[in-house]
Write a protein that binds this ligand. Structure first.
Ligand code: 7RM
Length: 637
């Protein structure tokens, strides 16, 4: 049985070697066991990282399926009354339970509404919602009819939303009149109206009425009320048969340059990978109440709130609010009330709660907890220990799961107690994942050492391309090291072969687990009339992981009124969203540049990391004096 739980290091080693020696056989056995195929695939991988110019790699190319049959129908048949989605709203105790039978009904109705709106297989649908069950239902409804969803995190601004609608030419947007989070109201529908105003590919907007809000306006010819439309729709919608490589979703993510990229995930490989990793990493049991605190706007929400857990027939918890509303005990209050057994969150939340004192944790009963997970950024050993010792009472294994939007699912992580852990280490690669560390010259580092993290061989969950720009996909991920996927992360391997992720080595910021590009900040700052140039770098932040530091060069004779920096942050909020903000601004006479005009961020990074002794070689700078001026003007925290 290829899908039995790997429950010690020997089992992990054997599976890892199996997957390396015979990847096709390994993954075909797993997908055969875990996924409901219409036509079973006979092929594993086709293509390689060296043949990407001829087209994307494929997995299971001759199989056909619809992921909603794996995620809903078969469970609705086997255990219709099992809770599929357990939801808690912004206010503690505001709870909904949606069984697998109900999930089938709701998903089918929503799929029929999309069909009536003219959506066909391959069309794009944007989902701009908060953490409500309807967000998951909307995703599944798209999958049911073969439409491609693109969830846009509800914190993004109208401008960021417009960019994404345009990039994928979405025809329908699904949203809420308002979102609720931490006692506050977010004008989601008004933001959609702003984003699609003027010429737009969007023909229909489906609006969930989340809470009374006096001024939400429904456009009579364009907008539909979610509840009314679903009530009128048929509860039966036969799933569309899809090829394994038909697109499932696009998810936009920030890179080191330019605009966010729409990473494309496909059907058969993705569902196989997320189902299997969810089961193995958390050691899933039939009666688990599994809770992941991410937002469906990010990949963690896609893979480990919606697709992975539902494919496994689990009860998945969805949470609308924040870890500190109404107070820092909220998570553990919910653990006690819902008897959550697997709990998966981000280091930034762990640090924020730990800073409020242990009493917020210890006053609640956590005996239901079995496994604790961490994701999104490196977890510092201190936060790891607090999570393990205080939250988990030293009983629950902590799985520190490293992965990315691009990887689709978890790649490097301990397995549910099978892997001995070390505080701060993502430990060992999952079967099918072959990490390689490279030095600056592109040479492989064998044994212990530190370098750039690459992955060697394709796995089924990997993103296949960038929507509309396959060349950008190849250039971004496969050109630094031929034949290898470059992750953008640095990594150290210790003498036990354990992996310690050191963070991004490119110009991607990770603030409170939110991935943002320095280029997006810089273009927002540069749109201000008084700004000539700007460079943004991350600095170490005790709670957020990274904070944002901006060096700003003014136009000659520009004035800087009192509210200048507030104005700049307002611009950033308009261009990116409410989750983006510069923490510290420094006015600079110039930026450190090479003679060819490239900003040397390495130097800026060393300044904000307060390591001026490590500035390195400055001889290639056009004007080495600039560095002294920047050091003198540094704004300490
Ligand atoms: C899942 C997710 C990806 C980036 C990645 C890393 C960082 C994620 C960990 C981590 C250290 C971890 N996808 N990252 N998990 N760093 N340890 N366990 O977050 O596309 O939004 O971000 O996040 O830098 O490249 S993401």
């Amino acid at each position: 049985m290829p899908t039995h739980l790997l429950d010690d290091l020997d089992a992990w080693r054997k599976a890892w070697l199996d997957a390396r020696n015979d990847p096709d056989g390994f993954w075909l056995r797993i997908t055969h066991d875990l996924i409901a195929w219409r036509r079973q695939p006979s092929r594993g991988l086709d293509g390689s990282y060296l043949t990407l110019r001829e087209g994307p790699i494929t997995w299971f190319a001759d199989g056909t399926l619809n992921v909603t049959e794996s995620c809903i129908d078969r469970h609705a048949q086997a255990h219709p009354d099992k809770v599929a989605i357990l939801w808690e709203g912004d206010e503690p105790g505001d709870v909904r339970r949606i069984t697998y039978a109900e999930l089938l009904d709701l998903t089918s109705r929503a799929a029929n509404v999309l069909l009536e709106a003219g959506i066909q297989k391959g069309d794009r649908v944007i989902i701009y919602m908060g953490m409500v069950p309807e967000a998951a239902i909307a995703m599944l409804a798209c999958a049911r009819i073969g439409a491609i969803h693109s969830v846009v995190f509800g914190g993004f601004s109208a401008e960021a939303l417009r960019d994404r609608v345009r990039d994928c030419a979405a025809e329908v947007v699904i949203t809420q009149n308002v979102g609720l989070r931490g006692g506050r109201t977010l004008p989601l529908k008004a933001t959609v109206d702003q984003a699609i105003q003027g010429e737009s590919s969007v023909r229909r907007v489906l609006v969930l009425h989340r809470a009374p809000a006096p001024d939400t306006h429904l456009h009579p010819l364009r907008d539909l009320d979610w509840h009314q439309a679903l009530a009128a729709a048929s509860p039966v919608c036969p799933p569309v048969e899809c090829a394994a490589e038909d697109p499932l979703f696009i998810l936009y993510t920030s890179g080191s340059t330019g605009r966010p990229k729409g990473l494309l995930h496909t059907t058969g490989g993705y569902i196989t990978y997320v189902a299997w990793t969810h089961r193995q990493v958390f050691g899933l049991q039939p009666d688990d109440i599994y809770a992941c605190m991410a937002d469906v706007g990010w990949i963690t929400g896609h893979s480990y709130i919606v697709y992975g857990p539902l494919a496994n027939g689990a009860t998945t918890f969805m949470f609308e609010s924040t870890p500190t509303y109404p107070d820092a005990g909220r998570y553990w209050d919910m653990v006690e009330r819902h008897r959550l057994s697997i709990f998966y969150t981000a280091p930034t939340a762990i640090r924020a709660i730990a800073a409020q004192g242990d009493a917020h944790v210890t006053r609640y009963d956590r005996s239901s907890l079995r496994v604790l997970g961490s994701v999104g950024e490196p977890i510092n050993p201190e936060a790891w220990r607090w999570y393990h010792d205080v939250v988990g009472e030293g009983r629950c294994p902590v799985v520190d799961t490293w992965w990315q939007t691009e990887t689709g699912g978890i790649c490097i992580s301990p397995l549910h107690g099978a892997t001995p852990t070390k505080p701060g280490a993502a430990t060992l690669p999952l079967p099918g994942i072959i990490p390689a560390l490279l030095d600056g010259d592109g040479h492989l580092i064998w044994g212990p050492g530190e370098g750039y993290l690459c992955l060697e061989h394709p796995w089924p969950g990997q993103a296949r391309t960038v929507w509309g720009d396959h060349d950008r996909y190849i250039a971004t991920y496969f050109s630094a090291y031929a034949g290898r996927y470059f992750t953008g992360d640095g990594c150290r391997r210790d003498a036990d072969g354990y992996h310690w992720i050191t963070g991004r080595v490119d110009d991607v910021l990770n603030v409170s687990g939110h991935r943002m590009g320095t280029a997006e900040f810089e273009s927002a700052l540069q749109s201000h009339d008084s700004v000539a140039e700007a460079a943004v770098v991350g600095f170490p932040h005790p709670i957020k992981g990274q904070g944002v530091y901006a060096f700003v060069v003014l136009q000659p004779q520009a004035e800087t009124p009192d509210a200048f920096f507030d104005d700049l942050n307002r611009l950033i909020r308009e261009h990116i969203g409410a989750h983006a903000r510069v923490d510290r601004f420094q006015l600079a006479p110039a930026l450190p540049k090479t003679r060819s005009g490239k900003v040397m961020r390495r130097i800026l990074r060393k300044i904000v990391e307060e390591q001026p002794e490590q500035l390195g070689d400055l001889s290639t700078l056009a004007d080495p004096q600039v560095v002294q001026a920047l050091l003198a003007g540094y704004i300490p925290a």
